[in-house]
Ligand binder design. Structure first.
Ligand code: G16
Length: 546
């Protein structure tokens, strides 16, 4: 094998965010940009040498090209074996599972998650470590440092590999196995859930599902699992063919973007499916909806914690739970009643890894449409859908009934997130700094009926390795358990995105049927006043409300 050593100059902006390096495709297309970052990963992950690597992505534009480049750089850097998904497709949860199942030393996932794709859209690269989870900040910070000083990268002189056929190939001494993207993952799901019971739900003819794969990676997984293995109704999977530009859509499973699915569920016609769900670009997010009924992701996590013991894969019970800072505290109430620990972590799935490895938690989740368990080390969209289907098959109740019963037992956390996108980064940082400067003085203040009892900039000390993450978000806690959190997104590719998270806890059942924005109106007003968001950015309303 001939290896070329290519001289290069560093880029200064290869700092991974909340979840890997995300940039516009056109940015990645600059000469050496992709190669520099990949070589920087190999320069840090030296334990990959002579080991196995898992490689795949969500099928977005630039996926196939990046895979061929990475294979050649991997061969030149002494990797022994790469398992790559057929047609370059692997969902993020599937990569996490494959790393663990085949004892790989790591995995590279090509995705910008829920961000739009296509030549004008976004692209991204994530590195996962041997436990199957996202690389911790210590790793990504070191990659960033290396990228700022890189002088050369190594690349094998080789032909492109045929990715559309399951087979073994070689670049020099490195073996490449093109694998079925779905089978191993589908088999794992079959171990965790009661497939015969879910199947009988569908074959009864009384229950139907609509799953929106949003022309992203989960299409093939959904067809194999819901349609083939579980014999779901005709039309169970929509937008099931992965496309490089996601069909021009925005593959983010929320009410604003999964409009086709929402329209199917929010109708009085008797054609409406009983259950709706969607997943994102790389298959780790999920949205769950019933007929005319949206399940808030924070509530979904709480429902999972309260009911997991009913499902075969979790019959030993839940040892502990975790949620990210901005996720509502609905799961905290469940943990309290179960007498188990509930951890509050910064935003980012990587913070759950140590808690899962140390067996402190079984379930974890985030408001950003992510939930998962100790079965892998990523959030998992299809898994969440199966969890709900299994629960419905056991309880024989609608999504709405399950939620109402939960609120009666634990109370209801009304919850919303307001996103202001593409803001001037300097002004956005100033807004946060201004709030940070007020954290001490706000405590004790009254805003109408709301008294501030705690205000700080959230810091997290990892209880397993003692690592510290500072400045993770401004949180304001009120005497009635309401909360407002402000932080800047770490996943955007254009300017800054301000996220404002607002929640209110209600125990009076006569107040369980307010609209969310109505229930939260006084707190939204306080958040706007404190942040001065309208005045600072001349924006009357958020771009996205979830
Ligand atoms: C990523 C992370 C999540 C995080 C989300 C939003 O999700 O994996 O942990 O909650 O971004 O992060 P931010 O608020 O910083 O934009 P995904 O699905 O995009 O990989």
């Amino acid at each position: 094998m001939k290896v070329h050593t290519i001289k290069t100059t560093p880029f200064t902006d290869q700092k991974p965010g909340t979840s890997g390096l995300r940039k516009k495709v056109t940015h990645f297309q600059q000469p050496h940009y992709l190669e520099n970052f990949v070589q920087s990963i190999f320069n840090v992950a030296t334990d990959l040498k002579d080991q196995r690597l898992i490689l795949g992505g969500d099928g977005r534009y630039y996926n196939s090209h990046a895979i061929q480049v990475i294979l050649k750089i991997a061969a030149a850097n002494g990797i022994k074996h790469v398992m790559v998904g057929e047609n370059g497709l692997l969902s993020t949860p599937a990569v996490s599972h494959l790393i663990r199942k085949y004892q790989a030393a790591g995995g590279i996932i090509l995705s910008a998650s829920h961000n739009p794709g296509g030549p004008e859209g976004d692209f991204g690269i994530k590195f996962n470590i041997a436990n199957g989870g996202p690389a911790p900040t210590t790793f990504t910070d070191t990659v960033y440092e290396k990228s700022k000083n890189i002088k050369e990268y190594l690349i094998a002189d080789a032909e492109d590999i045929s990715l559309n056929q399951q087979d073994n190939y070689y670049i020099g001494g490195m073996q490449i196995t093109v694998i079925n993207s779905v089978t191993d993952y589908a088999d794992l799901m079959e171990q965790l859930f009661d497939f015969p019971k879910i199947k009988s739900l569908f074959t009864s003819g009384l229950f139907s599902i609509c799953f929106d794969a949003m022309h992203a990676v989960t299409g093939p997984y959904a067809k194999e699992i819901f349609s083939k293995r579980l014999c779901a109704n005709v039309g169970a999977v929509i937008n099931g063919t992965p496309l490089e530009d996601f069909g021009g859509g925005h593959p983010d499973p929320n009410l604003a973007h999964a409009t086709e699915l929402v329209a199917k569920l929010n109708t009085s016609a008797n054609t409406a499916p009983d259950f709706g769900a969607a997943s994102d670009g790389d298959g780790d997010r999920n949205m769950i909806i019933g007929q005319n009924f949206f399940v808030n992701p924070s509530d979904s996590l709480a429902i999972m914690a309260a009911n997991a013991h009913l499902l075969p894969g979790y019959k030993q019970g839940v040892c502990g739970v975790a949620r990210s800072l901005p996720t509502s505290r609905a799961v905290d109430k469940v943990a309290e009643s179960m007498g188990i620990d509930c951890y509050e972590t910064p935003t980012g799935w990587k913070y759950f890894g140590n808690l899962l490895d140390d067996k402190r938690i079984t379930l974890c989740g985030e408001e950003s449409f992510g939930s998962g368990s100790d079965h892998i080390r990523e959030k998992d969209g299809i898994w969440a859908v199966l969890f709900w289907l299994n629960l419905i098959a056991i309880k024989q109740q609608s999504v709405e009934k399950i939620l109402h019963a939960h609120w009666l037992r634990f109370g209801r956390h009304y919850y919303t997130r307001h996103d202001y996108e593409a803001l001037d980064s300097t002004l956005a940082n100033e807004l946060i700094q201004n709030l940070r400067a007020q954290t001490t003085s706000l405590t004790g203040n009254n805003y109408n009926d709301y008294k501030v009892v705690l205000c700080d900039d959230f810091s997290y000390v990892d209880p397993v390795d003692g690592s510290i993450a500072k400045n993770q978000g401004i949180r304001i806690l009120f005497a009635d358990d309401s909360r407002i959190v402000f932080r800047l997104s770490g996943t955007g590719t254009e300017g800054a995105t301000l996220r404002v998270y607002i929640e209110r806890y209600i125990t009076d059942p006569s107040q369980f049927d307010l609209t969310t924005q109505e229930a939260l109106a006084p707190l939204i007003d306080i958040a706007n006043r404190l942040s001065e968001v309208q005045k600072r950015f001349k924006r009357e309303t958020p771009n996205v409300i979830t």
